[in-house]
Design a protein around this ligand. Structure first.
Ligand code: FES
Ligand SMILES: [Fe+2]
Length: 383
């Protein structure tokens, strides 16, 4: 799991006014709440006084109030009030708590869980069709008891459709089956944050009543897919010249073995709301098939070297994803999960926030990260 990326913390509706929400991400707890203007904020959940769980408290004005002794923290993480000091007590600066940049977009609340300044941050995956005329969104979310890297690899894997999804493949019954040319083509504006490809894909006719476009015969679909950052996937399904589905999957690892997934699907047909429930149901049908496979993969995490699995040409983009992860390892952004785990009940860590660059003296230790040196050397050796 990596710091310094945007993660979907909740849907916009889940973050109610006047009610702090506890959200787990990257193995840590966060509190998400709205201020008096309705602006969403995200803080580390551990109170700097004596470790109270802020999300168990209340929203008071623009602050979240700890349930234990009532300390109040604003959306920038500054402690504004320590009740036991009395009305004139002055609050020491060191009581500040990590606060993360938040963006509310596409019906979701995203937080940037890391310390990079505004201009250095990898962007949230772009959804150019959102709010555009002629497109209609649906958003759904669900959990998987598995590892998010495994899930992203599933999302960009062209060869599983034939066997996992009866709506997309022939279940191994097609004697001519083969993965055709993968046209590797990173999307230009995201080029440095992911890899993707397009390919032509022969899909079976759909059983009666399935999918509103009603493909009555086997036929070729144009499909593009790729990842953006460690935790996001885009999949464009061009069912015909005119019927397009553009799907955007945003994942939040709760920890190394649990994921929360937000699937935003844009469609350019069947635009009325009345089709939403059916689209969501079909998407969930497909997602649940992936879930069954992902939850039973072993090891739960991808192995640390590719020699512990046997890769074939259809796995090319998966290997490219793993290469990309190494770049972020080399940056030193990967959390040292073993160390965090060995200190689980002894140390409350915080994901370092951008303010750590400007201020010294924080109550909570920043989460331990893996040194980037080994990955850097490996990348250099590979040229
Ligand atoms: S632990 Fe939060 S106010 Fe005391
Ligand atoms: Fe799938």
């Amino acid at each position: 799991m990596y710091i310094n990326f945007w993660y979907p913390m909740a849907t916009a509706e889940e973050v109610e006014a006047d009610k702090p929400l506890k959200v787990q991400a990257l193995g840590q707890d966060f509190v998400v709440f709205r201020d008096s203007e309705g602006q969403a904020h995200c803080l580390s959940n551990t109170c700097t006084h004596r470790g109270g769980s802020l999300s168990g408290g209340k929203v008071r004005g623009d602050c979240v109030q700890c349930p234990y002794h009532g300390w109040q923290f604003d959306g920038d993480g500054n402690c504004k009030k320590i009740p036991s000091l009395g009305p004139n007590g002055s609050v020491p600066a060191r009581t500040r708590i990590d606060a993360y940049p938040v963006e509310e977009r596409y019906g979701m609340v995203f937080a940037f869980l890391g310390e990079l300044g505004e201009n250095e941050r990898p962007p949230i995956m772009d959804v150019p069709e959102y709010d555009q005329e002629g497109w209609h969104p649906t958003l759904q979310h669900y959990g998987i008891k598995g590892n998010y890297e495994r899930s992203i690899e599933n999302g960009i894997d062209p060869a599983h459709n034939e066997f996992v999804h009866d709506t997309h493949g022939f279940g191994g019954e097609d004697e001519e089956y083969k993965i055709g040319d993968m046209r590797i083509e990173a999307k230009p504006d995201w080029a440095s944050w992911g890899n993707g490809f397009w390919h032509t894909f022969n899909a079976p006719p759909l059983p009666e009543g399935q999918m509103a476009e009603g493909r009555t015969q086997a036929g070729d679909l144009e499909v593009g897919t790729g990842h953006h950052g460690p935790n996001m996937v885009w999949t464009y399904i061009h069912a015909s010249e005119t019927i397009w589905f553009h799907q955007y999957l945003f994942e939040r690892p709760l920890d190394d073995g649990n994921i929360h997934l937000y699937l935003l699907c844009m469609r350019n047909g069947f635009l009325e709301d009345k089709h939403d429930a059916y689209m969501i149901e079909r998407n969930q049908y497909v997602a649940d098939q992936d879930k069954v496979v992902i939850e039973d993969l072993r090891p739960v995490l991808t192995p640390p070297t590719n020699t512990k699995e046997f890769m074939v040409p259809a796995d090319k983009v998966i290997l490219m994803y793993r290469e990309k992860l190494k770049e972020w390892d080399a940056e030193g952004w990967r959390i040292d999960v073993d160390k965090v785990e060995s200190n689980r009940i002894k140390v409350a860590y915080a994901i370092p926030s951008p303010a750590r660059r400007d201020h010294k003296g924080w109550v909570l230790d920043a989460i331990p990260l893996q040194a980037g040196g080994a990955a850097k050397a490996e990348l250099k050796a590979a040229g």
